[in-house]
Design a protein. Structure first.
Length: 185
């Protein structure tokens, strides 16, 4: 990635240590499946921030780190948050304010327009995908997002219970009354 402090400087290399597992993500056959990736991510998304040993409140200065007794890796990450907060290129991201959350303001599954997509957008996409699959399975033509079908023909069909339904309701009511009388106390 480009160096935000000195754009003329060579590109930085970001690494995650020796436990890097790079595989091709494939829909089916060879490589790792998208389902495997989703399960792996879900495993970490469901873990809380408390596993880092950080307090549930803001860290106001680097001097506070000496009293927190954090694991070395966690302390380095907090220090990076303070360092990134001082970089003008990241002025809009409050890294220091959220150092106790390792710089991220919320849970990894938080959805907002600023950081990601909203849950509403995900829900809409999921419904559209399921509808496309259903239409394909039933041999129907593809869905056209531009076409809106409005069924605006309303007709009054009556009120109250339909013919035969009062008998069913009376039977249910009688059964409930019987159960109340014979229920053990």
């Amino acid at each position: 990635m480009p160096d935000p402090v000195d754009p003329e400087r060579a590109i930085r290399e970001l690494r995650f240590g020796t436990q890097v597992d790079t595989q091709t993500i494939a829909e089916a056959g060879g490589g790792i499946t998208s389902r495997n990736v989703a399960r792996y991510i879900a495993k970490y998304v469901t873990k809380g921030g408390e596993i880092t040993g950080l307090p549930p409140r803001r860290i106001k200065s680097l001097d506070a780190l000496q009293h927190l007794h954090l694991p070395a890796h966690t302390e380095r990450m907090v220090r990076v948050c303070f360092a990134l907060d001082a970089v003008p290129a990241y002025g809009e991201v409050p890294f220091r304010r959220w150092a106790h959350m390792l710089g991220y303001r919320g849970h990894a599954a938080t959805k907002s327009r600023r950081y990601s997509v909203t849950y509403g957008e995900l829900r809409d996409e999921r419904m559209a995908h399921q509808e496309d699959e259903r239409r394909q399975a039933e041999g129907l033509p593809a869905r056209d997002d531009r076409e809106i079908l409005v069924d605006a023909k309303w007709r009054f069909s009556g009120s109250g219970l339909a013919r035969g339904e009062p008998t069913i309701v009376d039977g249910i009511r009688a059964g409930q009354e019987t159960m109340r009388r014979i229920e053990p106390t």
